[in-house]
Design a protein. Structure first.
Length: 440
């Protein structure tokens, strides 16, 4: 059998897309290449384009993949492929480029043609995402414990720095029955945690007839037989409804006590230039309500550093806001202009040395926030999902429902029976670099 390898860059949404790609390639008769240095017959690079660094990383990895797989058919796909297919086609290492529309089907068609295979007829019966029921659950779950289920794609916001709406389109949702069917299939495959993901996941259901909200879908999802734990990915501040907060507070960790809520800036003037649909007081109200209702929740934020025109005073506002906020961890992005966005046309871009210095200060604060949060749970027990991974220190890797990544002491036990289990662990050690626990 011919083999394939998929390399995924960027967000959880891309990981969900890669699962659909993998399942479609398995239907084609391919098998996943063994891990390690064994060359594959087909290599698919699923790209990101959220920053200039993401574009550069895609080009660099393309060259590395070609060196490692000299005879492979190499296909570039994903958001970068949609935004600037020409740039990827000009790379001599790339054999073909596939954008986002009908991504899984088109990648499979290119692969079938290049490898001389017959692409099976697969009905497209699950709505707007170009995947079919047979392609929703990864075909080979071995080695995995968590799956990503794309319930929404696209975005109706028009933030001045963001290119994603132009590559993924307007917001659209998967109808509830199809979400629940996919969820049941993933559960049957043995996944204990399933992450609901999308470009703007909190926008789920507004485009459906009749319209729904995310908090209407979640109770039905939690009732699906066999579901261990659900996790939400990034929710925009204005989509964190009272209904979502109540569900997080009342389901004992089965709906993971963890939310990523994009902040982007702690300065109202910068938020206005970004065309973000909220201000600092709105963000404070949402995170405060979450912390009050769910004291142990992990709250994260995306923050963009060095947006055009950002003054030292505005950056200080962001630092001071985050220091006094309910946030526990940060994803820090250095601003880079995206051609075709309003921010890219501004004339007040900051020098890269200023952006790097500010990013370093914010990442230092992020480490402090993470340590402070994890130290709260020293000596406490938390529900965890054990992964299929033994860390370099010999401990079993696990993830708590409130997003604490930890190593569990095995105390001489065989780790195999402990893989992919929902258990309880007591945190015994917390340092800046790691969290250690023992099974309770």
């Amino acid at each position: 059998m011919a083999t394939f390898r998929i390399v995924t860059l960027g967000c959880k949404l891309n990981q969900a897309d890669s699962s659909a790609l993998e399942a479609r390639l398995v239907l084609l008769g391919l098998r996943r290449a063994p891990s390690g240095s064994t060359p594959a017959d087909l290599v698919v690079l699923n790209t990101c384009t959220v920053t200039g660094n993401a574009d550069r990383e895609a080009r660099q990895i393309t060259r590395r993949l070609r060196r490692a797989n000299p005879q492979a058919v190499l296909i570039a796909t994903g958001c970068y492929a949609e935004r600037d297919a020409g740039a990827l086609r000009r790379l001599p290492q790339v054999d073909d480029v596939v954008g986002m529309r009908d991504q899984a089907a088109r990648v499979a068609a290119v692969a079938a043609d290049a490898l001389g295979l017959v692409s099976p007829a697969v009905p497209n019966d699950l709505g707007p995402f170009g995947a079919t029921r047979a392609c929703d659950s990864p075909a080979d779950p071995e080695g995995r414990t968590r799956a990503y289920l794309k319930i929404q794609d696209g975005c109706d916001l028009r933030c001045s720095y963001c290119i994603i709406p132009s590559v993924r389109g307007d917001s659209r949702s998967l109808i509830p029955d199809h979400v629940l069917r996919r969820l049941a299939e993933m559960t049957e495959h043995g996944y204990r945690e399933i992450v609901f993901t999308g470009v703007n996941t909190g926008d789920y259901g507004r485009d459906l007839d009749p319209p729904l909200r995310l908090h209407d879908l979640l109770p039905r999802a939690l009732r699906v037989a066999g579901v261990g734990r659900l996790r939400l990915n990034s929710l925009e501040p204005k989509t964190v409804t009272d209904g979502v907060i109540e569900l997080l507070a009342t389901h004992g960790g089965r709906l993971a006590r963890h939310l990523q809520i994009p902040l982007q800036s702690g300065s109202d003037s910068v938020l206005a230039r970004m065309h973000r649909p909220y201000r600092v007081r709105d963000y404070t109200r949402v995170t405060g309500a979450l912390r009050h209702a769910i004291p142990e929740i992990a709250l994260g934020a995306d923050v963009i550093v060095g947006f055009p025109g950002e003054t030292e005073e505005e950056f200080s506002e962001t630092l001071h806001f985050i220091e006094s906020s309910s946030l526990n961890y940060l994803h820090v992005f250095s601003y880079s202009p995206r051609p075709g966005t309003a921010a890219a046309d501004r004339t007040d871009h900051l020098p890269s040395v200023v952006i790097r210095e500010r990013s370093a200060r914010l990442r230092m604060l992020a480490r402090t926030l993470s340590l402070r949060f994890r130290q709260r749970f020293l000596g406490h027990t938390l529900p965890v999902l054990t992964l299929r991974e033994i860390r370099s220190d010999g401990r079993l890797r696990a993830l708590s429902d409130n997003y604490i990544d930890m190593g569990i002491d095995l105390d001489g036990r065989n780790p195999g029976p402990l893989f992919n289990q929902l258990l309880t662990a007591r945190i015994t050690e917390v340092t800046e670099d790691q969290t250690v626990a023992s099974l309770a």
